[in-house]
Design a binder for this molecule. Structure first.
Ligand SMILES: *[C@@H]1O[C@H](CO)[C@@H](O)[C@H](O)[C@H]1NC(C)=O
Ligand SMILES: *[C@@H]1O[C@H](CO)[C@@H](O)[C@H](O)[C@H]1NC(C)=O
Length: 191
């Protein structure tokens, strides 16, 4: 019997250790790429693109935009019910305070939706659900007209995002849009 006919056991062990090292190295590289993508600015296009939603998560059937989650309801409720339903989901009726946000919400509004704005407390003083006053509106022609005491505001699928809002009676049932901050799953926030 010759010893050379089969490799000595130490050689097998060396090969196994080598493979193990390679696997660990790959795992470390993968984890560090994931970590870097999560801590880098979500707006920044990362060369090794780990999608933003891995780090800033939204529930399924919510839309993730700039680390904010948007829910476009399929059920219709009156304004108050919509308000409390969003709260129940840990969210708020949407607050639209920039052209970009108005464009984004408008583009996803294939129906009429309640937004988080009304002038129920004081006629013609429109307030957002976070207590801030409306600064720029995107009203449709001749709106708001308070026709038969309309105090709550909808966004509508019309021709232009600039003129998409209308005031309606708060008791009417419409769909509604909730927003919430995305859940931060980055390594930093979890540690
Ligand atoms: C919501 O309900 C409360 C309590 O019933 C009422 O006082 C308030 O006016 C309602 N608000 C709107 C906007 O309908
Ligand atoms: C998302 O963020 C980008 C970059 O800051 C900005 O240009 C864009 O308008 C934002 N979109 C919305 C809907 O807020």
């Amino acid at each position: 019997m010759k010893a050379e006919s089969s490799p000595p056991p130490y050689r097998l062990a060396a090969v196994c250790l080598g493979l193990l090292c390679a696997a660990l190295l790959i795992a470390i590289i993968a984890l560090s790429v994931y970590h870097n993508a999560c801590i880098s600015s979500p707006q920044m296009a990362h060369p090794l693109t780990v999608p933003e939603f891995i780090c800033k998560a939204c529930p399924s059937n919510w839309i993730n935009m700039n680390s904010t989650c948007y829910y476009f309801s399929s059920d219709a409720m009156n304004w108050n019910e919509s308000f409390f339903y969003c709260r129940f989901l840990g969210a708020n009726l949407v607050i639209i305070n920039s052209d970009e946000k108005q464009k984004f919400v408008f583009e996803h509004s294939k129906e009429t939706y309640w937004i988080g704005l009304n002038d129920a407390a004081k006629e013609d003083t429109f307030m957002w659900v976070d207590g801030t006053k409306l600064t720029k509106g995107y009203w449709n022609k001749r709106q708001p007209d308070n026709h038969e005491d309309e105090d709550c505001v909808t966004i509508n699928p019309v021709a232009s995002f600039q003129m998409a809002w209308n005031d309606l009676k708060c008791s009417i049932k419409e769909r509604f849009i909730c927003e919430a901050k995305a859940l931060d799953l980055s390594a930093d926030s979890l540690s």
